[in-house]
Write a protein that binds this ligand. Structure first.
Ligand SMILES: Nc1nc2c(ncn2[C@@H]2O[C@H](COP(=O)(O)OP(=O)(O)OP(=O)(O)O)[C@@H](O)[C@H]2O)c(=O)[nH]1
Ligand SMILES: [Mg+2]
Length: 273
């Protein structure tokens, strides 16, 4: 069961180029990572792209990640001398800490910040939080922001929103899968059924209770395809003639994971990377 994921359309290449050209206009960069996959959500070329520019690693969607694993990542970044802040941009948790750290790092009246990261990680949501208004469009699918734009906030911070970018080739199958699980790859290019089986496999390797609890699975079964059939049965996913609608069940489990309905789950912890 192989799944080969690659998504690097022309606009991402263009955006990466304009990130490079706009870099000289900003004082600092917020590198947004998904707290559930801090390793897979980091652009492997980011440090080369940023050069000597100051940056803060922002672990967004930390409300969806396991709190214990968040702490382990915090320790990991601290030990490596990397500034980091954990956020929930949806409700604004951690924003004050991020602004304080920014002002401590850049001693200027007006601070210009560029925000970069993978699609759907919450860049525009964070900008709207800091600016305290809905100044840039957000949405729960990748590819919402189409072009680079400046947004001003009241307290002397100028923010540069950028469209989400990935990179030409994922080094490992795992990286592409993790990005697809969290919703950073356009769903249209994904084979949802295979993706859901991979997700079931991954979740069960972390804690078998996530799926058992959510879908009241009474028997513990090893094989992902049998688990998917059981979820389809439990959720009444049926086609004409009482055939199981596995595609529907696949969408349910992927959606539930993305919304945090299976629990707060981290797919990567520092020991693995
Ligand atoms: N649970 C949770 N959801 C968040 C958080 N931040 C953003 N979101 C949601 O994630 C989705 C994507 O947010 P956007 O701000 O549009 O993401 P983006 O990085 O600007 O995406 P692109 O413009 O496509 O690159 C939206 O549905 C947000 O409501 C967070 O900290 N926690
Ligand atoms: Mg955006």
């Amino acid at each position: 069961m192989n799944i080969n994921i690659n998504w690097y359309p022309g606009h991402m290449k263009k955006t990466t180029e304009s990130i490079k050209t706009n870099l000289k206009l900003v004082d600092i960069v917020y590198e947004l990572l998904d707290a559930r996959i801090p390793y897979s959500s980091q652009n492997p070329s980011i440090n080369t792209i940023l050069g000597q520019k100051k940056k803060i690693v922002v672990l967004n969607k930390s409300d969806l990640a396991d709190p214990y694993t968040n702490n382990r990542w915090k320790k990991y970044y601290n030990e490596n001398g990397i500034d980091c802040v954990f956020l929930n941009s949806s409700i604004g948790d951690g924003i004050d800490e991020l602004i304080d750290l920014t002002k401590k790092t850049i001693d200027k009246k007006i601070i210009k910040v560029m925000i970069v990261g993978i699609p759907n990680v919450g860049k525009s949501t964070l900008i709207n939080r800091i600016a305290n208004r809905k100044s840039t469009k957000t949405g729960n699918k990748p590819g919402i922001t189409k072009s680079i734009q400046w947004i001003n906030s009241n307290d002397g911070i100028y923010l540069l929103d950028t469209p989400g970018v990935l990179w030409p080739k994922f080094e490992e199958e795992n990286v592409g899968l993790n990005l697809a699980f969290v919703g950073s790859i356009k769903d249209e290019i994904l084979d949802t059924l295979t993706l859901s089986l991979k997700l079931i496999e991954k979740l069960n390797s972390i804690n078998k209770m996530f799926l058992i609890n959510r879908y009241s699975l009474n028997n513990y079964i090893e094989e992902p395809d049998v688990i998917l059939e059981n979820i389809a049965l439990k959720r009444g996913c049926l086609l004409k003639g009482s055939i199981l609608d596995l595609d529907k069940a696949a969408n349910i489990i992927i959606d539930d994971f993305r919304k945090g309905l299976l629990g707060r789950i981290s797919l990567e912890s520092p020991k693995e990377v």
